[in-house]
Design a protein around this ligand. Structure first.
Ligand code: GUN
Ligand code: FE
Length: 496
């Protein structure tokens, strides 16, 4: 990433370059574009590569298109717990906050969780899931890989809501059948019960979207400690029995306590990654969340299997799990994307996760684990992620993680139009000296209301290059800068 730089496609007349683009055949979108004057434009390149692409107009509000964000790891039912983790570490947090919240998504009228009708979901679950999908779209997340709960009706409802909202999504019913490690109120009674429930959600989702174009099921063993060997083995076989094989997602090496627990629970395995490998769960369609404490051998194994890593720096800092050495993962040839990991992560925004990825990479040099990995040699700061690096992970990196590198994450010719229109605005020049003027209401200045001036939290003073505008957007932007969002060429979110 570092050496390939960034390609900026820009225009002086507010229009995008036609020949590099196969935007969409969708007529309503074409007319939206032309009504905004975006049809034929010039492009300029700075940097020396094509990793992140930006298209801009030069109207007074400074708008540019950016590829939609890909959240490669998020727990939809944990959304109400955002911001609640006290000072607990991963394993205590799961028991204290996470399992009780997830358990509440079960149907009270159906404790055995037999139905497949999403309408049977308790209203609370539906409301939460509706909010998660709307909220992540508003932050520019066009694709999300969701962990749901163990409950079939609620999981199916999440899939249906993604379809209704038009968000590209992978939906996983969580499998957890280890009665020693899971609470009695929230556990699959047996591996077999877990498979049957999982198959019911897979059937439902595949009927919902037979093409798999927008919504896909994903096999989701929660993580090794919560699963029996029978369940891990069975889920590996289940994923492989489909054509094409199903996607798989789980957690790996998030905290050191968890790694120690896995060693204790799976003494026959040589490593955490080996537990999954023995169960055929490491495939080229497997998303491994975190990977903070992976060993060299594990990284090699994961690369050989073609499995991917979802980096979740906001969560890793909030739960005190550690600092993932992303540059080492990339240099070892792994595909890496970003995940909010709500609610280990405290924000549904991938832009926030980009910031945290930058910050964590800058703190790595102070980690003794990292110093051991690099043999205490100077790394000349190569572990630091740039703005372009982290935006790459949020888009093209995520596209590789969900095995769609030629379809989403960029604006190459032929790619699917999953995009966001970002709006920045400049601080207005005035002929009156601020010393003489009545101070402008700060709410209006911040662009909470429509009109000229800054948008959201991003202050521009007019001299910024496009690269600098994008840098300011990454460090200070939020959902107020997201004006429109499209998935599959369909407008799915309009900022109000
Ligand atoms: N490991 C197992 N379950 C979870 C979870 O819900 N969140 C996080 N961050 N890690 C986990
Ligand atoms: Fe997680």
């Amino acid at each position: 990433i570092r050496n390939q730089g960034v390609m900026w496609v820009s225009s002086s007349d507010g229009r995008i370059k036609g020949s590099d683009w196969k935007v969409t055949d969708d007529a309503s979108f074409q007319s939206f574009l032309s009504s905004h004057g975006w049809s034929d434009a010039n492009s300029t390149t700075s940097g020396s590569g094509t990793e992140v692409q930006v298209v801009q107009s030069d109207d007074e509000r400074n708008e540019f298109f950016f590829p939609g964000f890909i959240d490669s790891h998020i727990h939809a039912p944990q959304f109400p717990n955002i911001g609640l983790f006290g000072s607990s570490g991963l394993l205590d947090w799961l028991n204290e906050y996470t399992f009780p919240m997830e358990a509440s998504f079960g149907s009270k009228s159906d404790p055995e969780n037999k139905q497949t009708d999403p309408k049977d979901t308790p209203p609370e679950g539906l409301r939460v899931y509706d909010e998660v999908v709307a909220r992540t779209l508003a932050h520019g997340t066009t694709t999300a890989s969701y962990f749901a709960t163990i409950h079939v009706p609620a999981t199916n409802a999440l899939a249906k809501l993604c379809q209704i909202h038009g968000q590209r999504a992978f939906i996983g019913r969580v499998c957890m059948d280890n009665h020693d490690q899971c609470p009695s109120y929230y556990v699959d009674q047996s591996a077999e019960e877990g498979f049957n429930a999982t198959i019911r959600t897979i059937d439902y989702i595949q009927k919902l979207d037979p093409t798999g174009k927008l919504i896909n099921p994903i096999v989701t063993p929660r993580f090794a400690p919560s699963c029996s060997n029978a369940s891990l083995d069975g889920l590996g076989k289940l994923a492989a029995s489909y054509d094409p094989p199903l996607y798989i997602q789980t957690h790996i090496s998030e905290s050191t306590d968890e790694v120690a627990l896995v060693q204790q629970l799976f003494p026959e395995s040589s490593s955490y990654a080996d537990v999954y490998d023995k169960a055929n769960l490491l495939t080229n369609r497997t998303i491994l969340a975190h990977g903070v404490h992976l060993t060299k051998d594990e990284r090699t194994l994961i690369r050989e299997r073609g499995s991917k890593v979802a980096h979740c720096p906001a969560s890793n800092s909030a739960l005190g799990s550690g600092l993932a050495p992303v540059r080492i993962l990339l240099d070892d040839g792994l595909d890496v994307g970003l995940g909010t990991d709500v609610s280990g992560g405290y924000s549904p925004s991938i832009l926030e996760v980009c910031r945290q990825a930058c910050l964590v990479s800058r703190l790595l040099q102070f980690s003794s684990e990292y110093q051991d990995m690099t043999g205490n040699k100077s790394t000349n700061g190569t572990e630091k992620l740039s703005v372009e690096d982290s935006l790459y992970l949020a888009t093209r990196g995520g596209a590789s993680v969900v095995d769609m590198p030629n379809d989403i994450g960029g604006f190459d010719q032929g790619m699917i139009w999953d995009a966001q229109l970002i709006e920045l605005g400049a601080v207005q020049n005035s002929t009156t000296s601020p010393l003489d003027a009545t101070p402008v209401n700060s709410i209006a200045r911040r662009g909470y209301v429509d009109g000229p001036g800054p948008v959201g939290n991003v202050d521009l003073f007019g001299n910024e290059t496009w690269q600098e505008q994008v840098q300011k957007w990454m460090w200070s932007g939020d959902d107020r800068n997201v004006k429109f969002v499209w998935v599959n060429g369909v407008l799915v979110h309009t900022r109000e």
